[in-house]
Design a protein around this ligand. Sequence first.
Ligand SMILES: [Fe+2]
Length: 187
Amino acid sequence: MEKDIHREILEKFPIIEEIQGSELKEKIIKAWARALKEGSFKNLEDIPFSVTIPEVNLVDHVKWVMEVALFIASLVEKGMGISVNRDLLIASVLLHDLGKAFEYQKKGNRYVKSDIGKKFMHGFWGTYIALEERVSKDLAHLIASHSKDSPEHPQLLEGIILHYADFAHADILRFQKGMQTFLSMKG
Ligand SMILES: [Fe+2]
């Protein structure tokens, strides 16, 4: 059972294999395994991006954000000569929406907020789960600060990259659906 969950996580997120730190790799797999065991969804592909955009699943969102984040990182490194912590960036993209596995639940044909989702922001709950798996403070900070509702802004370069990659996808999806974009809510 445990092995099946681990295999599913690695199949859905093969980029985990590119993480250099073996402990970090293990912590990410454990955090996601816990989300599948304790959260509202048995399979990764069942977790929606959000209750208002349920037709996009979270795995596809994470993969989209990963591709953009790594592209930005390579421009920052090669074009600007600034180094990016690739392990930290990959880990933060993989875990930033971990809390959504707990935040939503399916009710009939609809997705609604779960009891946890009504009480905690997904950035907060994802940080809590990740810290229980003993991730670094920097990684926990990136998970906690990625959400627009977070009281803290990212204090690390990897968090800036994560934010723009994440919100690019979110806003493109919202724009396409005729919803108000996060961009227009700023300031
Ligand atoms: Fe996200």
